[in-house]
Design a protein around this ligand. Structure first.
Ligand code: GAL
Length: 425
């Protein structure tokens, strides 16, 4: 006991000295700004979104199983219900671009393409709600959507009301075809208020910072007041190159974005492409682990009708999802990069930490990396000791470690080892 006390006070002292820089990183995680006051997205939103996998496929004659149609969404809803997706948290089934008819109706309302959505969105929403799920839809702040369908500019109130009348639960609001930066900012704000005025709980997913960035630095305090999550970076696609560039952008900009995230508002690094074609197994592990560290909304874009048991188990991994959904709601960050190995960490509730080590070296085989536990969590993650559990790639308790110890891990090229550290008192 005395030994532990001594160790603790020595460690605290050392921790103060060593940990200042890392402590500053930890403090980023405290949200400085008020979140959009709609009571939603208190943890990152989870669900499914059609874009990356199904894009703007409107040819139901040639490709009836993969075109953007009510049939596709009904099939996904059935599977989210029957295959355990909803039960682990994937709740929002979301439609992206290309659901609309090319024209508004005679009253100026958006309408679904009548051939591909013969029952209309309200009936689809009823179906989705019947499965215990929620329905997301897509619109655009400008005059047209990115794929050229009617935009919401000039119709924000009508569109918000239409979505609420249909029973929609989430709006992804894209930012193509705006005229001025004022239109862009005002449009995003106006739609947030219009959705609130409907009285329906609708998660508001923005792309405001992404479209703002080439012209002006986004004001994340403001973005957080209006949006439940927001995209900062280019569209993801089904390749390691793309996942890598999202991670790279995020770590390079972490001082600007990490403290904007917190319950009610999240940085959105875009969809999970796990279960598709382009990522190796290790790269899929890296995406899942890092999206958990980044407190990212988890929108899968894959085909739940054809997904390998391995990808399904990864996406449904409850321990990793628990890190993503941790109620403290602090986004993680890259702690360091040395020798092409990145160490990321995320503070969790109950003084626990998640730690991810990514091997970015794409030549050679698995590499060993040794990490001293006193370097984690501003020196506090393992003080005076902690239980370390490996969550990915292999699940299992690694054991109890003291603050002075180090841990040697083997990481595959482009793969990640994800750990959970629970402090022992
Ligand atoms: C992009 C957006 C994508 C997808 C696409 C649809 O701008 O970032 O996620 O929604 O438009 O056209």
């Amino acid at each position: 006991m005395t030994g532990t006390m001594n160790l603790r006070s020595r460690a605290q002292l050392l921790g103060c000295v060593l940990g200042l820089r890392s402590l500053a990183l930890v403090l980023w995680g405290i949200p400085g700004a008020r979140a959009l006051d709609n009571g939603l997205a208190m943890t990152p939103t989870m669900g499914w979104l059609h874009w990356e996998r199904f894009m703007c496929n409107t040819d139901c004659e040639e490709d009836p199983d993969s075109c953007v149609s009510e049939k596709l969404f009904m099939q996904m809803a059935d599977l989210m219900d029957s295959e355990g997706w909803r039960d682990v948290g994937y709740e929002y089934l979301c439609i992206d671009d290309c659901w609309m008819a090319p024209q508004r109706d005679s009253k100026g309302r958006l309408q679904a393409d009548p051939k591909r959505f013969p029952g209309g969105i309200r009936r689809l929403a009823d179906y989705v709600h019947g499965k215990g799920l929620k329905l997301g839809i897509y619109a655009d702040v400008g005059k047209l959507t990115c794929a050229g369908f009617p935009g919401s500019y000039g119709y924000y109130d009508i569109d918000a009301k239409t979505f609420a009348d249909w029973g929609v639960d989430l709006l992804k609001f894209d930012g193509c075809h705006f005229d001025t930066l004022v239109d862009l900012a005002d449009g995003y704000k106006y739609m947030s208020l219009a959705l609130n005025r409907t009285g329906r709980s609708i998660v508001y997913s923005c792309e405001w910072p992404l479209y703002m960035m080439p012209f002006r630095k986004p004001n994340y305090t403001e973005v957080r007041e209006y949006c439940n999550h927001w995209r900062n970076f280019a569209d993801i696609y089904d390749a390691w190159q793309s996942v890598k560039s999202v991670l790279d952008w995020t770590s390079s900009n972490q001082e600007k974005i990490v403290d904007a995230a917190g319950p009610g508002g999240w940085n959105d690094p875009d969809m999970l492409v796990i279960g598709n074609f382009g990522l190796s197994w290790d790269q899929q592990i890296t995406q899942m682990a890092l999206w958990a560290i980044m407190a990212a909304p988890l929108f899968m874009s894959n085909d739940l009708r054809q997904i390998s048991p391995q990808a399904k188990a990864l996406l449904q991994d409850k321990d990793v999802i628990a890190i993503n959904q941790d109620p403290l709601g602090k986004q993680g960050y890259r702690l360091r990069k040395e020798d092409n190995i990145e160490v990321w960490e995320r503070p969790l509730s109950d003084f626990a930490w998640a730690v991810a080590m990514v091997n970015l070296q794409e030549i050679g085989g698995p590499r060993f990396h040794t990490i001293s536990l006193s370097s984690l969590g501003g020196g506090l993650a393992c003080l005076p000791a902690c239980l370390i559990t490996e969550l990915l790639p292999v699940k299992g308790k690694l054991g109890f470690y003291e603050w002075t110890s180090s841990l040697k891990l083997r990481i595959n090229p482009t793969g990640t080892v994800l750990l959970r550290l629970d402090r022992t008192n």
